[in-house]
Design a protein around this ligand. Structure first.
Ligand code: ATP
Ligand code: MG
Length: 393
């Protein structure tokens, strides 16, 4: 008896002529992730695409449960199902059900069986398979009841071309489109809760990500950078390799703080971030920026503030959290396992010079008037010349 993973593809099946391109991207992502596992822990995996399902078989002691965990983070896969694989005869199927009844049924009090035959030459019909399979379950757990309408658990029996699969249903996959099928964007990644979520929501649609982090040494510590790096590592489990840029903005913040109106410091810094990010995007070939802004969440995220920030960006800025409440963002952060890291205490640069009374209705004219007091170009070039980057795989 072998365990097997059945990976179901989502929207890809609709892609018509481009389907091959999407399939290949997905397959190469799956292979890359499984290779990481076998490089670290040994064994190997065999892949076979059949009947809109990618089957993954573990060989030489490879860990199928660890593989299932990784596959839940592959964009393009909507369901990950761990199944028992057996020969296509009813005795073997019933035997598997009896041996594994506990893991198939769990702690359920009622159950039903569901059979699907894609091999129409199989000697039994689907209802006949269900009757026999149900009997096998009841032989092991006579106290269970059969409930075809609202069962606590379902045992699925799929009779396919080459073999039969038995399982208790799939778990939800990451969904979306495979990595690298939709260009590249640059995520402005702070240490907060929102920006990793924003990155995930854009990457999910097939967009590759690089990230930029603005730091203010010595006001921000190496720990703050480590935190951002950890967040990028968590994101890369979903969206593949990431180049993480860090740009120092200390000089910019100090200049704004000393020369400009205190009410405008936050919005001015945000405009600098946009300009810097656009230049980094140019360097790494990203066609758009991504931020974690959510309308009205803080002073710099009111409509007027966003308009003033946006007006310096020469490329599109995607803000996928714009309409989400904090609670909704937190739910996604927990799903993608970034919440705990984001909740670590180290400050990113914004909080160091935060004004007590930020202007929540700034205008572009006001921003330009304040920026006239600064040498914007020189500050930008100086910050860019000190940019560093690390690769995260
Ligand atoms: P987050 O939770 O993502 O930090 P936030 O609610 O703290 O967001 P702001 O501090 O106003 O909001 O930042 C808005 C967005 O600007 C962030 O989501 C992020 O995309 C970007 N940003 C803010 N600070 C930084 C930084 N130090 N480095 C990179 N990007 C940043
Ligand atoms: Mg923040």
């Amino acid at each position: 008896m072998e365990k097997i993973l059945l990976l179901k593809y989502g929207e890809l099946v609709l892609k018509g002529l481009n389907r091959k391109f999407f399939n290949n991207k997905l397959l190469s992502r799956v292979k890359q992730q499984l290779k990481k596992l076998t490089d670290a822990e040994g064994g190997s995996f065999e892949l076979e695409y059949a009947q809109s399902t990618l089957c993954v078989r573990a060989r030489d002691g490879a860990d199928i449960n660890a593989a299932a965990k990784l596959m839940k983070k592959v964009y393009g896969i909507v369901s990950v199902c761990t199944a028992y694989e057996t020969e296509k005869d009813m005795d073997s199927i019933l035997n598997i059900i009896k041996i594994n009844a506990r893991s198939l049924i769990g702690s359920a009090k009622s159950f039903k069986c569901e059979a699907r035959r894609s091999d129409k030459k199989f000697p039994l019909t689907s209802p006949e398979i269900c009757t026999l399979a149900g009997g096998a379950v009841l032989e092991v757990f006579p106290e269970l009841t059969v409930d075809v309408r609202n069962p606590d658990s379902t045992v699925f029996i799929e009779v396919r071309d080459k073999s039969a699969f038995i399982h208790s249903g799939g778990e939800k996959g990451a969904g979306g489109m495979p990595n690298g099928t939709n260009g590249k964007a640059l995520l402005l990644l702070s240490g907060g809760i929102d920006s990793p979520v924003a990155g995930h929501l854009v990457a999910k649609r097939g967009v590759s990500l690089d990230c930029v982090y603005f730091e203010s040494p010595p006001y921000t510590s190496d720990l703050a950078f480590d935190k951002v790096k950890q967040l990028a590592e968590k994101l890369s489990l979903y969206c593949g390799s990431i180049r993480l840029f860090s740009v120092p903005v200390t000089e910019i913040q100090e200049k704004i703080f000393s020369d400009c109106h205190p009410e405008m410091t936050t919005i001015l810094l945000r405009r600098f971030m946009m300009r810097l990010a656009e230049r980094v995007a140019e360097r790494c070939g990203a066609a758009a920026l991504v931020t974690g802004e959510s309308l009205g969440q803080v002073a710099s995220q009111t409509m007027p503030s966003l308009v003033v920030t946006d007006s310096v960006a020469g490329i599109p800025v995607f803000r996928p959290c714009i309409g989400l409440d904090k609670e909704e963002i937190v739910t996604i952060a927990r799903q993608i396992d970034t919440f705990e890291t984001s909740s670590l205490p180290y400050e990113d640069c914004c909080t160091v010079f935060t004004p007590r009374h930020p202007n929540i209705r700034p205008t572009i004219e006001q921003a330009l008037r304040e920026e006239a007091k600064l040498d914007v170009d020189a500050l930008i070039e100086n910050a860019l010349s000190q940019t560093k980057s690390v690769f995260i795989n």
